[in-house]
Design a protein around this ligand. Structure first.
Ligand SMILES: Nc1ncnc2c1ncn2[C@@H]1O[C@H](COP(=O)(O)OP(=O)(O)OP(=O)(O)O)[C@@H](O)[C@H]1O
Ligand SMILES: [Mg+2]
Length: 297
């Protein structure tokens, strides 16, 4: 049985045995998969990662697009401390569709918020293309976030008093870019919302609101799309449409796609499934339909 050190740790590469594919820290495990490749030793949490590595060893010997290294996050609410992330190590590879699964309260949303610079870790490092971005100033982080990430949330998070069109232009306004009306109108048309761009969120169905949120997420043409249960509030048909749009952005426009989900059907379509437990990764990249049905949904 693995015993975790619950003390806050600082990042040090020396004593860490990292799975190059998923990024999981294997230092405390005795039984890891070990292979030699070009006279170097590599360790994997399980066969799934070993197989991914063997299919493309060059890719996984580089630095990942995003690397979370020993991330801890403690919330303090009214004197009560909650450890939401406890030594999270994670690799995200450019162009992948990654599904993050795990029980309620396991730290998935907290991790996604930290990945997208919506929140700061209590300790730990974040590397982006090998560069330590945890040290950026607040202004630099804000700029980096708006340039790099598009967010889609379960609750859509549209501004209620703005029209759909105005909601979509917000990221452009915040990042000081020109609002090209024609381009935005075309994007509304392409997503089947031509007649809806002047409506406010309360005049739109859930699916229409989520499509608007998707356009807003794409306004800055971000490299990475982060979705926190983006289809969680939608009926299955509408949810599937939104999901297919997201997957299409990953496949045809090469956007890295990271989705937190309780839906095994979504996770099944991903290149990489990451399972969270108690604020860190566990050695499980399998999708099991029964396991991920939400008990409180
Ligand atoms: N802002 C906050 N203040 C205090 N505690 C928080 C806060 N955000 C999250 N937590 C706590 O941190 C832990 C992880 O929460 P998180 O939202 O990341 O879980 P999750 O895996 O996304 O769960 P779910 O599947 O239910 O969305 C939980 O115990 C939660 O109560
Ligand atoms: Mg969550």
């Amino acid at each position: 049985m693995r015993q975790r050190n619950t003390q806050l740790k600082t990042y040090s590469n020396s004593d860490r045995k990292i799975d190059p594919v998923c990024g999981m820290n294997l230092s405390e495990y005795a039984d890891v998969v070990e292979i030699s490749h070009q006279e170097k030793k590599f360790y994997f949490c399980e066969r799934a990662c070993e197989e991914r590595f063997k299919k493309n060893p060059d890719r996984f010997q580089k630095r990942p697009l995003i690397e979370l290294a020993d991330i801890w996050k403690t919330f303090n609410l009214g004197g009560v401390e909650t450890k939401a992330l406890a030594g999270l190590d994670l690799h995200i590879w450019e162009g992948d569709f990654v599904a993050i699964i795990g029980a309620s309260g396991s730290g998935k949303s907290t991790a996604l918020n930290i990945l997208g610079f919506l929140d700061q870790p209590t300790s730990g490092n974040i590397f982006f293309n090998g560069k330590d971005v945890s040290k950026l100033s607040d202004d630099e982080k804000t700029e980096f976030r708006s340039k790099t990430f598009g967010f889609v949330f379960q609750q859509y998070n549209l501004i209620p008093w703005l029209t759909a069109y105005e909601n979509v232009t917000l990221p452009l306004i915040f990042s000081g870019k020109k609002v090209e009306a024609k381009k935005i109108e075309t994007s509304f048309q392409e997503i089947g919302l031509r007649e809806r761009s002047t409506h406010r969120p309360f005049e739109l169905s859930g699916g229409e609101q989520q499509r608007t949120a998707l356009l807003r997420a794409l306004a800055n043409d971000p490299e990475i799309i982060l979705g926190d249960e983006p289809t969680g509030n939608l009926d299955s048909e509408t949810g599937n449409k939104i999901l297919n749009m997201l997957i299409d952005l990953n496949k045809s426009r090469k956007k890295t796609l990271i989705i937190v989900t309780h839906d095994a059907d979504i996770a099944e379509k991903a290149d990489q499934v990451i399972t969270f437990k108690d604020g860190h990764l566990v050695r499980d990249h399998q999708v099991r339909k029964k396991t991920y049905i939400r008990p409180f949904a």
